[in-house]
Design a protein around this ligand. Structure first.
Ligand code: G6P
Ligand code: ZN
Length: 562
């Protein structure tokens, strides 16, 4: 279909002062985005600040997690983008693109960038969250230099440009042309499906499923964006029964739930897996970049998950058979489980601050293949976002691989037990104290920081069982561009290698969230499979004692324990 080129209007506006995007973009309540010109201003600021050569003649990918207000905003992005000279928009059908799928399309289409409409795992609906995030041509979240320019542009905006084209029907796959400008509506899933089929051994997985007809899998989309992807992969591609997927129809409000794959918020999956004795349970978050892997008798801690994937990758997963393992990485609070795998395989492991963006430079430089974060993020250099379904299929591929030479069924728990036998176990747990009064949280943090630099080193706890050997606010120098990131979390290390990390969350939407991370290494056979909370009890006591959390925040119990 062809239509006459559009006419462009220039609309006067005035700036908002609060449009500073974080690495996850600009994330606010829907009603904030609904204010007069609020969305238009920010979208114009993105195009104004778009890295060279700028929006003129550019190709831009657009899609999101299906949450409330997304479609309305996509229409605006297209109209404002065309007025700014964008040559081609590539949009997911119905506006749907998971975050890793969008990253893949940006790379595959060699687009100049992408605009992702998501607030990740935050609840959706008119009274909840919305987000607009800009990704650059490598498919990854915009670096701070770009988000700073967007913020600067938003602070001085006096007008935005918009075309008068009619609303686009995002349901219809195909292209709409306005003069030599194109809006291409693509199947949201097929490029992603092609990609994972290239990466993983689907034939091996299919033979495994055939050889184990009693094996049960349950993927819970948490009513988020991965629903359609899960259906295509597990049902249509791998031929599993329909009962293998749950909550796989994306909903604008995620069914009123918190679409975050952890033991607290993915409670329905946890219940189903326990009640139905499911062998393999998995979930992904609202926008599809996080993952959780469980079974009826085990919870795979994300820090262990990435270590296991890294350990098997070269043998079990075709993509890594081809590329080899160029390097491994984890965020600072993530346990050192993967460090042991790196040592064994003689590859380098990087410790970066919390945030997926810190992996991007290493991947672009060809120095990093597989990485993960304790915050349920796992992925590799196949895209520049973490990738929930990638992790789920990786586990399925590994399960198929270990079972291909085995008489009896090897379960997820067996894989973990073998892993701990070989490498020892880094017990790990995270305590979250959500919606804490910000003043109390900040005071607790700054006083603990003062202690770290004021004599904590050398102090012993629990009758000399734990002695602090280092205590500092983590600082990172990027090995590629040498940029320095300071104040990335308090890291207290003990003489036996145990660690306590304390951070204030950068993603909460009301009050402060305090996170405590506990880690302790164990290699005595008889202790390897004990309960995590039991193993970590002494460290937890020490952390609460030094931080005086209760005094500062009034909190006794964490909101979420992972
Ligand atoms: C987002 C980022 C992750 C990061 C997490 C940290 O999900 O994509 O890379 O690990 O935020 O969140 P926090 O609330 O701990 O700052
Ligand atoms: Zn997410």
């Amino acid at each position: 279909m062809s239509a006459a080129p559009f006419s462009t209007e220039v609309i006067a506006t005035s700036p908002y002062t609060d449009q500073k995007p974080g690495t996850s973009g600009l994330r606010k309540k829907v009603r904030v985005f609904m204010q007069d010109n609020y969305t238009e201003n920010f979208v114009q600021a993105i195009f104004t600040a778009m890295p060279a050569p700028g929006p003129k003649d550019s190709v831009v990918v657009v899609g999101g997690d299906g949450r409330y207000y997304m479609k309305h905003v996509i229409q605006k992005i297209i109209k404002i983008g065309l007025a700014n000279g964008v040559k081609k928009f590539i949009v997911g059908q119905d506006g749907i693109l998971s975050t890793p799928a969008a990253s893949n399309i940006i790379r595959k289409a060699q687009a100049n960038g992408g605009i992702l409409l998501t607030a990740s795992h935050n609840p959706g609906g008119i009274d909840n969250d919305f987000g607009i995030k800009y990704n650059t041509s490598n498919g990854g979240p915009a670096p701070e230099s770009v988000t700073d320019s967007i913020f600067e542009a938003s602070k001085v905006i006096s007008e935005y440009k918009i075309t008068d084209i009619p609303d686009i029907d995002f349901n219809k796959i195909g292209s709409v042309h306005f003069g030599d400008h194109t809006i291409e509506i693509i199947d949201s899933i097929s490029d992603y499906l092609d990609m994972v089929k290239e990466i993983f051994d689907f034939n091996l997985i299919k033979s495994f499923l055939k050889a184990h007809p009693d094996f049960t899998l349950l993927f819970d989309g948490l009513n988020g964006v991965t629903g359609g992807y899960g259906r295509r992969i597990f049902i249509e591609e791998l031929g599993l029964p329909l009962s293998s997927i749950d909550q796989c129809v994306p909903m604008e409000d995620f069914g009123g739930e918190h679409p975050d794959p952890n033991l607290t918020y993915a409670h329905k999956l946890v219940k189903n897996v326990n009640e139905k004795k499911i062998d393999f349970g998995a979930a992904s978050d609202g926008d599809g970049d996080r993952n959780m892997i469980i079974s009826n008798d085990w919870f795979v801690n994300p820090s262990d998950s990435v270590a296991v994937i890294a350990d098997y990758a070269k043998h079990a997963i075709p993509y890594f058979k081809k590329t080899g393992i160029r390097g491994l990485a984890r965020s600072m609070p993530t346990s050192a489980s993967i460090d042991r795998v790196a040592e064994y395989h003689k590859v380098k492991v990087y410790e970066v601050p919390t945030g997926w963006k810190f992996f991007g430079n290493l991947m672009d430089a060809g120095q990093l293949s597989i990485c993960g974060e304790e915050s349920f993020g796992t992925g590799s250099d196949h895209v520049r976002e973490k990738d929930g379904l990638w992790a789920v299929i990786a586990w399925l591929n590994i399960l198929a691989y270990v079972n291909s030479n085995s008489q009896s069924f090897i379960s997820i728990k067996d894989i973990m037990e073998t892993h701990y036998d070989k490498y020892g176990r880094n017990f790990f747990s995270r305590y979250d104290y959500e919606e804490v009064d910000s003043n109390g949280a900040n005071k607790m943090y700054s006083d603990l920081k003062a202690k770290c630099y004021g004599g904590l080193v050398g102090t012993s706890f629990l009758n000399g069982a734990f002695t602090v050997i280092s205590a500092e606010d983590f600082e990172y120098t990027d090995p590629i561009d040498h940029s320095v990131s300071k104040n990335q979390g308090l890291r207290i290390i003990f003489s036996d290698g145990s660690r306590i990390i304390v951070r204030l969350s950068g993603t909460g939407s009301s009050g402060a969230t305090v996170r405590f991370y506990f880690e302790m290494f164990e290699n005595r056979t008889e202790k390897l499979m004990i309960d995590t909370q039991v193993a970590l009890k002494p460290l937890i006591e020490i952390a609460l004692e030094i931080s005086k959390l209760k005094e500062y925040t009034g909190r006794d119990e964490p909101t979420v324990i992972t």
